[in-house]
Design a protein around this ligand. Structure first.
Ligand code: ZN
Length: 402
């Protein structure tokens, strides 16, 4: 695992009042935090995106810890179905603005916190303005379009952020800080592309164990405090994976992708893009190529068996990035990242007399490379619907998913 001893993100405030010293005494007597660390927390400006499942515990613990300024970006209203996990809101808050409700709970927890509300939906027109001036962002959003926008805007402004995601019994977290360390990845390094629409159900569709929000939200605060005060080894370049049913934590290494569209050597994303379109759909060419040329992971498993028996021959190509390939693999796949198809190098590496079978994470990128390969004359080429995500899910659950 990479070790990132980063300098504290925030300079210490001038002083703590007597009341503050009393309040934070259990922090002050930890040598690693001490007076200097607590003063850094007091001076810190942290923006929490969403006062929902992750934002609720994150805001309460950031407030209790003494973070001096807390921004809350939230435009929704409290619904009864939120109360199963969004513990910052209470019965009497139903129907109220979530931002306002969260602010009241924060101030009830710690009146020394300055709360700034951003009661608007974050979009390309306001995101840079909202983010500006914050030292750190804690991302508790639940949709991909916003996540990519948060990642890109934070990168352009040089603001590190702590990301978390939850679904049913599974949680993930990481710190994305490509401007703080040379080898530090961004969200796009880990997830170069969003899942196809409808592929990953939201918590609203699939459900979430309420207490999972506390597990992941508190990890996000843990990382935020470490970054602000400069203690410990933050999860920069690390993907933390939590399985509540197994009660297991895992850490996977996430490398910076030199080909990353945002923080790589030749970036193609140099400003905010249309995130709804980006997360919307595959291209027409890819959809056309995939029609009738998509196999299931069960079919692939059968084909691999036949190949092992010598009754069938084909080349299985994994078109993901090397850092994704390190996390999980379909046995026997050769790695040729999508970029190699776009620049034409991949075609030289493919045999002309064998069937080409391609896969990626969920089937979006492999549909695009399928269009290229078919265009080059491989009429019988196919790709794997659902990609390695489906493979892990249906064929080999012993491998990690991401
Ligand atoms: Zn990146």
């Amino acid at each position: 695992m990479p070790n990132h001893q980063l300098a504290p993100l925030v300079e210490p405030a001038d002083e703590l009042t007597i009341d503050e010293v009393r309040r934070y005494s259990r922090h002050l007597i930890i040598p690693d935090v001490g007076m200097a660390g607590q003063k850094r927390l007091k001076n810190a400006k942290v923006l929490v995106i969403g006062a929902g499942g992750l934002g609720s515990p994150a805001l309460l613990y950031l407030a209790a810890a003494g973070v001096g300024t807390l921004g809350i970006a939230e435009f929704d209203e409290v619904d009864e179905s939120n109360l199963q996990r969004q513990i910052i809101h209470q019965q009497s808050d139903i129907g109220k603005s979530k931002a306002q409700s969260a602010k009241e709970s924060v101030l009830e927890t710690n009146p020394y916190v300055e709360v700034v509300l951003h009661e608007e939906r974050l979009d390309n027109d306001n995101v840079m303005q909202v983010f500006e001036g914050y030292d750190l962002i804690v991302d508790g959003t639940d949709n991909f379009a916003t996540r990519y926008m948060v990642n890109d805007a934070a990168y352009f402004l040089g603001i590190p952020y702590v990301w978390g995601s939850i679904y049913r019994f599974d949680g993930q977290a990481s710190v994305f800080a490509p401007t703080l360390a040379e080898d530090a990845p961004c969200y796009r390094c880990l997830y170069p592309e969003p899942p196809p629409p409808g592929m990953v159900p939201s918590c609203a569709e699939g459900g979430v164990l309420g207490v999972l929000c506390a597990s992941i939200g508190s990890i996000q605060v843990n990382e935020a405090i470490k970054l602000i005060t400069g203690i410990g080894d933050p999860a920069v370049g690390q993907l933390v994976i939590y399985d509540a049913l197994e009660l297991s934590w895992r850490k996977l290494r996430v490398r910076k992708d030199p080909q990353c569209a945002l923080c790589g050597e030749n970036p193609t994303v140099t400003g905010l893009i249309d995130y709804e379109t980006f997360c919307g759909a595959v291209s027409d060419e890819a959809a056309e190529a995939a029609a009738g040329s998509t196999i299931s992971v069960v079919q692939l498993e059968h084909m691999l068996k036949e190949r092992a028996e010598g009754t069938r021959d084909f080349v299985l190509v994994d078109v993901r990035e090397p850092n994704e390939y390190e996390i999980n693999q379909i046995p026997g796949a050769v790695l040729i990242p999508k970029g190699e198809f776009l620049n034409g190098n991949a075609l030289e590496q493919l045999p002309s007399d064998k069937q080409i079978v391609m896969h990626c994470k969920t089937g979006v990128r492999s549909a695009e490379t399928l269009a290229i390969v078919k265009g080059a004359g491989y009429a019988d080429a196919v790709h794997v619907g659902g990609g390695i995500a489906a493979w892990v899910n249906q064929i080999d659950p012993s491998q990690p998913s991401y």
